[in-house]
Design a protein around this ligand. Sequence first.
Ligand code: CP
Length: 529
Amino acid sequence: MSNVFKGRSLCVIEDFSIDERRYFFKKTNELKKAILNDDEKAMDSFRINDPDFGIYEVFLEDSTRTKESFRNAANFHHAKVSELLCSSSSINKGESYADTFNMLSGYSNQIFIVRSKVEGLTKWLSEETSEYAERNGLKYKPAFINAGDGKHEHPTQELLDEFSFLEKQDMDFSHIHLALVGDLYHGRTVHSKANGLKIFDSVKVDLVAPSELMMPENYIEIMKENGFEVNIYPSIEAYLDNGDIATMWYFTRPQLERMGERILKKEAELREAITFKREFMDRLKEGTKFYHPLPRHKEHPTIPTFLDKTDLNGWEMQAINGMYCRITLLSLIAGKIGDDFDGKSAKERDYKSEEYIVEVKPEKKENKEKNISEGVRPIRDGIVIDHILKGADPKEIRKHISLISSVLGLDEGRGGEWISQAGDGRYKGIIFRPGLRDFSRKELKRLAACAPHCTLNIIKDGAVYKKFRTHMPPRIYNFEDMSCKNEACISAPESKEGVAAKFYRTKDGEYECAYCGHVHSFKEIWNKR
Ligand code: CP
């Protein structure tokens, strides 16, 4: 069987399945022991040992730990290790990320490690450089490792965090009780935990943060859907007063650089709620460890420095574990280890099998006039889009009718719109346009994407001769007039990279950006007109 890890990218933690991650932790444990025991043979079993194997670091945002632990990990491998000096690169002359990374792919590089403020960058680059490799007949399609993208994800931090938690509990995957304390709103390392902690059979998470810094609702929802027990506390004090206190606390730094004016005004008060104090010491359970992805702020550390020399200090070993974890990850992606993995692998989603535009047989009606909604004159030839946003309130339906009309280019000419009440009393929208018109497959897809659960009637000689029911397409892309509304996303117009938006339907009937994971309703994805 081929090595399932070889050439894989890690852009979000879910790019590796639970089995794959558990395998990763087992291998990291072996590697760490080998290094600590100077076991050269065991170390060599991890080493890429190829001076032509290109590992490239591109840090478009500041970093100490991630960048340097990756560099040291890459050096362990006796590989070709390079770094793009971003401050003196042509990116500063306005060169696109596509041109930059495509070029570097052409110089025999197999793995890129990328940190950026631009969310979803590595996911998109893995697609973009793959096409470049194809059209230029390159020997390798490069793999990408997300070393942190904006406030989206930091999957390698997630791996090293979990490895550190596992070490504390002797590699026991059965349960974890973890307190997440600090800036849970901006901290990408805590966002990765919503899916990252799925490696444990049962999970209890205590979220300790004032409302301004609380974890975004979508991540809390993911945690709950994943079966985690989630408890919320506004401050460390409130947690110690009322909580079932965890023995593992994971702190994150208030990310002032990502905060708006309004929150900054309350800076001192917010810090107070999430900073550990000497008087709290006696209220901790025996064996408690604190973790932190670091850096700590030198003036306002939320884990004060007087704790450095206490048994609470788990953050130093956590940072050291960063190098071990990254050695293992590079080894896996290079295909040096992983042949003996026999669990379930993460799979690409399959979207092909589902039909979302269903042609139905038009019903024959005795008296068509009778069945026409109030106020709507029957049309002889033309189209009627019915059941628009059924069940919503009339104001919302009216707004949406206007969007559909514009998305489908129905703004011109004769016809009208109507809000009607269905037999069950619920409101629904209707658009009718006289004039013969057939819908291409692409237009039907647009209709389904902006007006799911409606019907399209094509009328000819006063009778419905074609009728379609629309459902939400499982994936939409290649429409120029839609975009991700997360301004930090690589596919948002603000990035100026010209990346076409792509969305996947979620199980809650919303659209998730394929790059940054931002969730939108089907009404939000279209550009304002
Ligand atoms: N934990 C972490 O990402 O640290 P750096 O920003 O120093 O890489």
